[in-house]
Structures are given as structure tokens and as C-alpha cells.
Design a protein around this ligand. Structure first.
Ligand SMILES: Nc1ncnc2c1ncn2[C@@H]1O[C@H](COP(=O)(O)OP(=O)(O)OP(=O)(O)O)[C@@H](O)[C@H]1O
Ligand SMILES: [Mg+2]
Length: 352
């Protein structure tokens, strides 16, 4: 139900009629004598609905309608026309009027006008509610996007710090190894350094990439292998890498990295007792959901059943990481040398 309306009509009798008729329904009617007066009134005051007679001096109903349409956030307009010119009604609707009412001199049309006013006010209320809901939705979405961006930035920041701290720990271990006279201690600390670096690399990948939730395992392994080659100052291992682009969540990426680290270290340590030989690392998708990781050498080979239980830490680390991946560690018996294959679930290929 509209509370306050603006009514323009050059007939003072009809103005009074409408004011009285609608006033009885509790509607405040501001009545003016023509279109120009209506437009001026609208500039300074708010109305729920505007009703305009068509034939008026100075500015007629259609003319006033046009000007009102140009106002931002204007109320709905109803055109009131004499029965003889119903063509005006059609023009008015096309020009953006909400409704039209055919009037008569006796005032029979007032109830019709009331119905039209109610319809217009209700339509306006719905439109505003709809607009408010849309604004709210947009705001929520903006807020969500802002939060997501903030969160990604924080995650990147955290990964940066974690990577730095891990690198610091690796440096300490390396220093300690370097200062030790005991060859066994030295070797153990070098291994420990590499294990820490393997994990550090994942965090480095996470703050340098666009996506903070996943790691490009191919790039990660490339960096890891580079680290491995670097830390082995005594020899030049012939490490070669054939990895397909695969994205993984950080947890599984760490597992893959740690496994590769252990297997490559083993190959570097044991496969070639005399002269160095090739060590190959492979990673490829074998179907929509699985990928296969392999680390192989052409060295002396290792028989897992008669494997000497040295420290054996490497093997348990590999086992634990494979369990994390839900995968099994398979030593390929057909390969001369050592070939370790791990098949794991990697999810569907992300669209490039
Ligand atoms: N690629 C390989 N070629 C030949 N022998 C290997 C190879 N990988 C592993 N081995 C043998 O398997 C043993 C067990 O490996 P594992 O990684 O479990 O322990 P480690 O390397 O001796 O100790 P750690 O990993 O704790 O430093 C090794 O001592 C080695 O004799
Ligand atoms: Mg080992």
C-alpha cells in the first residue's frame, strides 16, 4: 500500500476528488496542476508512486513521464487518460509507465486508480527487495574473494617462512657434518641435510607458484634433483629426469619428494661401487587417476630379501611415505640394476 503519492491533473475538481478518495484509504496525496509542477516536486521530495493526467498545460503526462524516467531511482508512474484517447495509454506503457487508468468525470475511476497505485507500490517494493538481495550477494562474493586472496597471501607467506626455517636447519646440519671428523657422522648428517631440503623444496614451490594448494610435482622434482646433484660434491652422478606435468596436494608432493630423495641417495651410494653410472627418475600418468613414479639405476642391483640391514632408515622412510600415498613399493625383478616403482593415485588431470 503506497503511503504518499503525487497526482498531477489540471482539473481542480478531479484533484480534490482523488485527494479525498485516496485520503480515505490513508494515502497522502500531493496534488499539482500540471506535468512541470510534478517534475519539480519530484526533484525535492520522495513519493511512492506518481499518477499523471495526460492532457495538461505546459507539460503533458507523456512529457512529464519522459523527464521522470530520466531521474535516477524514480518512483513508478501511472498515466491517467480520458476514455477517448486510449492510444495514449499504449504509448505511455511503451515509454515506461507502470500502468494506466482510464478516467471519467464523475470519479468512478478512483478505485481503479487505487488498485493501480497498490500494484505499482508492490512492484516497486519487490524490485527494491530484489535489488537489495543482489547487492548483498555481490557484497558477499566480493568479501569472499577478498578473503580468499588474503588467505592465499598468508599461506604463501607461511610457506615462505617454513621453507626458510627448514633451509636454516639444513644449513646447520650441513655445518655440523662439515665440522665432524668422523666419516660416519659426516655421512649421516649429509643424509639428514638432504632429507630436510627435500621437504623445504615443497614449501618453496608453494610460495613461488600461483596456486598455494597444489604443487607441480615435475618442477618440484627437477629442483630436488638439482639440489641432490649439488650436495654431492664428491662425484658427478648422472641423474636424468623424465617427468610429466602433474599437480599434487602438498602432502602427497612431500611424500613423492622424500621417496625420490631416499631412492636417489641409495642409488648414488650403492649402485655403482666402482665408477658412476646413470640414475633415472621417471614420473608419468598411466591412466586418468594413477601415476607411476620410478627410480632406477643400472648398477649392481639389490636383492630385497637378502638386503643387508644397515641403518635401514631409508627403506622405512620410503615405506612410510608410500603408505601415505596409499601405494606399494615394488622392486622390479626384471631390471638389471635396481628399479623401484611406485604407483599412486593422483586424481584427474587438471585442465591446462
Ligand atoms: N640402488 C641400490 N643399489 C644397490 N643396493 C642398494 C640400492 N638401494 C639400496 N640398496 C641396498 O639396500 C640397503 C638398504 O637401503 P636403505 O636405504 O634402507 O638403508 P641405507 O641407505 O643403508 O641407510 P639410510 O638410508 O638410513 O642412510 C642399502 O644398505 C644397500 O645395501
Ligand atoms: Mg638409504
Amino acid at each position: 500500500m503506497p503511503k504518499k503519492i503525487l497526482y498531477a491533473d489540471d482539473d481542480p475538481g478531479l484533484r480534490r476528488l482523488v485527494q479525498r478518495g485516496l485520503g480515505a484509504q490513508g494515502i497522502a496525496v500531493v496534488a499539482v496542476e500540471d506535468g512541470l509542477a510534478a517534475v519539480e516536486r519530484l526533484r525535492g521530495e520522495e513519493f511512492d508512486v506518481v499518477a499523471l493526467d495526460h492532457h495538461m498545460p505546459r507539460l503533458d503526462g507523456l512529457g512529464a513521464l519522459q523527464r521522470i524516467q530520466e531521474m535516477p531511482d524514480h518512483p513508478p508512474v501511472i498515466i491517467v487518460t480520458g476514455e477517448q484517447d486510449s492510444a495514449v495509454a499504449v504509448t505511455a506503457l511503451k515509454a515506461g509507465a507502470f500502468d494506466y487508468v482510464l478516467k471519467d468525470a464523475s470519479g468512478q475511476f478512483v478505485p481503479l486508480l487505487l488498485a493501480a497505485l497498490k500494484g505499482a507500490a508492490e512492484a516497486m517494493r519487490l524490485r527494491r527487495a530484489h535489488q537489495a538481495a543482489e547487492d548483498e550477494l555481490r557484497e558477499q562474493r566480493d568479501r569472499f574473494e577478498r578473503l580468499a586472496a588474503e588467505r592465499a597471501m598468508l599461506l604463501r607467506e607461511v610457506n615462505h617462512r617454513v621453507a626458510n626455517s627448514l633451509q636454516l636447519i639444513a644449513a646447520f646440519l650441513q655445518l655440523q657434518g662439515g665440522s665432524s671428523k668422523n666419516a660416519q657422522v659426516k655421512a649421516a648428517l649429509t643424509d639428514a641435510t638432504r632429507r630436510v631440503m627435500a621437504v623445504a623444496q615443497v614449501h618453496k614451490r608453494l610460495y613461488t607458484s600461483e596456486d598455494v594448494q597444489s604443487v607441480s610435482v615435475d618442477q618440484y622434482l627437477a629442483a630436488l634433483v638439482e639440489d641432490l646433484a649439488k650436495t654431492d660434491a664428491t662425484s658427478e652422478p648422472a641423474l636424468s629426469l623424465a617427468v610429466e606435468p602433474i599437480d599434487l596436494d602438498p602432502d602427497r608432493a612431500v611424500a613423492i619428494g622424500v621417496i625420490v630423495n631416499e631412492l636417489v641417495l641409495n642409488a648414488m651410494k650403492y649402485a655403482y661401487p666402482d665408477e658412476k653410472g646413470p640414475i633415472r627418475i621417471g614420473l608419468k600418468r598411466i591412466n586418468g587417476k594413477h601415476a607411476m613414479l620410478s627410480v632406477e639405476d643400472d648398477g649392481i642391483g639389490c636383492n630385497i630379501t637378502s638386503m643387508p640391514r644397515s641403518t635401514g632408515l631409508g627403506r622405512s622412510i620410503v615405506g612410510a611415505m608410500a603408505t601415505r600415498l596409499g601405494a606399494e613399493v615394488v622392486y622390479d625383478p626384471a631390471h638389471s640394476g635396481t628399479r623401484v616403482v611406485i604407483t599412486f593415485e593422483c586424481g584427474p588431470q587438471s585442465p591446462a
